[in-house]
Design a protein around this ligand. Structure first.
Ligand code: 5AD
Ligand code: SF4
Length: 465
């Protein structure tokens, strides 16, 4: 028997990449690869890259510089180290990567991870292998292909990809080019994955996709199912107590999704709904195809369906042409909506996107200032939101032992980490916790009924059940 080979994957960027990294581990396990925590002693290092902003892709090249030294060191010790670049930088830059960083053996785009074993062999024979093609025409091709989705237990909370790609073409964004057109997985395949996860102790699912609420997978009845219907179906899987989904586009919020929030107690009342800007002029230049008022109306529909719903968003400051007045419209929108959390970014021109052709008008100093002002407002909203939990009793799904001895950590409906002193057998359970205090972003509290477990099953809580 050949000794196991060591694999190190470093992921950047979004949840999709975290999920893809696991898929790569699963694909390579039958080849004898086992994961290792350090790149230096690995036989294969995969950088699972992100191309969304310039900073994210530049990080890859500095990491490749460090890996070149590690590869040389391994060669001196008589060991071969292979280096692969995966993810969206691989997809966007392809062969360019090996010109800039000849240390790279394999370049593989997100649609080709199931070919990794072959690509590594080819690189071993020929010195290099590059595969970044989108699968030809067959729209459902790469998601329906038999690829090793072997899902092992990964704790209490798991991600499941339900769709990939995006057809929205926001003018600043590389995703439609790096991840391709929107494709949804068939319902039956998702259900298979979810059942396996539930059997392995998973209690919370996050359905992921670049534009997850554009989901329109084929249902068992041969019809195209929207996300709301998929959520209602998954809520019936025994053991699954909580459902989430990310990331949504305001234009794709349909009545099925609103109904899911109204009808499914296990669908968490916390929605990531990026708006990017509060100025209609900038939203138009971004090709978002919605106005600030359209967005407000979508928020109102969610709130009407479920009162305790909270939102997070993404914002870009300094988009070309953004004036102080446009920026103030963004601040006004934030003030009006009131967010529990948000991510905010300085605009970064991405080659190949339409916005990269527009003359930039906001100086780096001005961008810094706008980012700071926006983050100050968001921080104050986030801390008010977290403070509001103090004194309240909230349901927490416990996930693992905390760093501090005797403490168990879980998450509230709003993904706030919550810590209690308790025995580890509460892991996997949803229990009411009285929140006493706040430490940075973490809530500290006490079990309301220590030792008494209460783990509601979604299927038994669903209306009509
Ligand atoms: N510049 C800055 N931020 C960007 N994002 C996407 N593309 C860019 C860009 N070119 C941000 C958006 C998106 C999040 C994932 O990254 O806010 O929602
Ligand atoms: Fe990018 Fe816009 Fe698609 Fe989101 S909706 S992935 S920002 S193109």
């Amino acid at each position: 028997m050949t000794p196991p080979r060591k694999l190190h994957i470093k992921s950047y960027g979004c949840q999709m990449n975290v999920y893809d990294a696991q898929r790569m581990v699963d694909t390579l396990a039958p080849e004898g690869f086992v994961e290792t925590a350090s790149a230096e002693d690995a036989d294969l290092v995969i950088l699972n890259t992100c191309h969304i902003r310039e900073k994210a892709s530049e990080k890859v090249y500095s990491e490749l510089g460090r890996l070149r030294l590690a590869k040389d060191e391994a060669a001196r010790g008589g060991r071969t180290m292979q280096i692969a670049v995966a993810g969206c930088v691989a997809q966007a830059e392809g062969e360019e990567i090996v010109h800039r960083a000849p240390v790279v053996d394999v370049v593989v785009g997100p649609q080709s991870y199931h070919h990794l074993p072959e690509l590594l062999k080819r690189a071993g024979r020929e010195g290099r292998a590059i595969e970044t093609e989108f699968p030809p025409e067959d729209k459902f091709g790469f998601l329906a292909q038999p690829r090793p989705e072997a899902i092992r237990s990964r704790g209490i909370s798991a991600f499941v990809t339900v769709q990939e790609g995006c057809d929205k073409f926001c003018s600043f964004c590389v995703v439609p080019y790096t991840r391709g057109a929107e494709v949804s997985r068939p319902v039956a395949k998702i259900v298979d994955d979810v059942k396996r996860l539930a059997d392995n102790g998973v209690r919370e699912l996050t359905l992921i996709g670049q534009n997850v609420n554009a989901y329109h997978g084929e249902g068992p009845d041969g019809q195209s199912w929207p996300l709301g219907r998929l959520l209602a179906h998954l809520a019936e899987v025994p053991g699954i107590a909580r459902l989430r989904y990310s990331t949504s586009h305001p234009r794709d919020v349909d009545d099925s999704l609103i109904a899911a929030h109204r009808d499914l107690p296990g669908l968490m009342p916390f929605v990531h709904l990026p708006v990017q800007s509060g100025s209609d002029r900038i939203l138009a230049a971004m090709n978002r195809r919605h106005t600030a008022d359209d967005y407000r109306r979508v928020i109102d529909r969610f709130r009407a369906a479920r009162q305790d719903i909270a939102f997070s968003s993404d914002f870009i400051v300094g988009f070309p042409g953004e004036t102080e007045q446009d920026f103030r419209a963004t601040l006004a929108l934030i003030a009006q909506i009131g967010y529990a959390a948000a991510y905010s970014f300085k605009y970064s021109a991405r080659p190949g996107t339409p916005a990269a052709e527009i003359q930039e008008t906001v100086s780096p100093g001005e961008m810094d200032q706008r980012l700071e002002r926006l983050q100050e407002l968001i921080d104050s909203q986030q801390s008010a939101f977290n403070k509001a939990a103090i004194g309240a009793t909230v349901d927490v799904l416990f996930e693992r032992e905390a760093r501090k001895a005797g403490q168990i950590v879980g998450r509230t409906a709003y993904l706030q980490p919550a810590h209690v002193m308790a025995s580890p057998d509460i892991i996997g359970k949803i229990l009411p916790v009285r929140i006493d205090s706040l430490e940075r972003y973490s809530l500290l509290g006490e079990l309301v009924t220590p030792g008494v477990s209460r783990a509601p099953e979604l299927s038994s809580m669903a209306p009509g059940a």
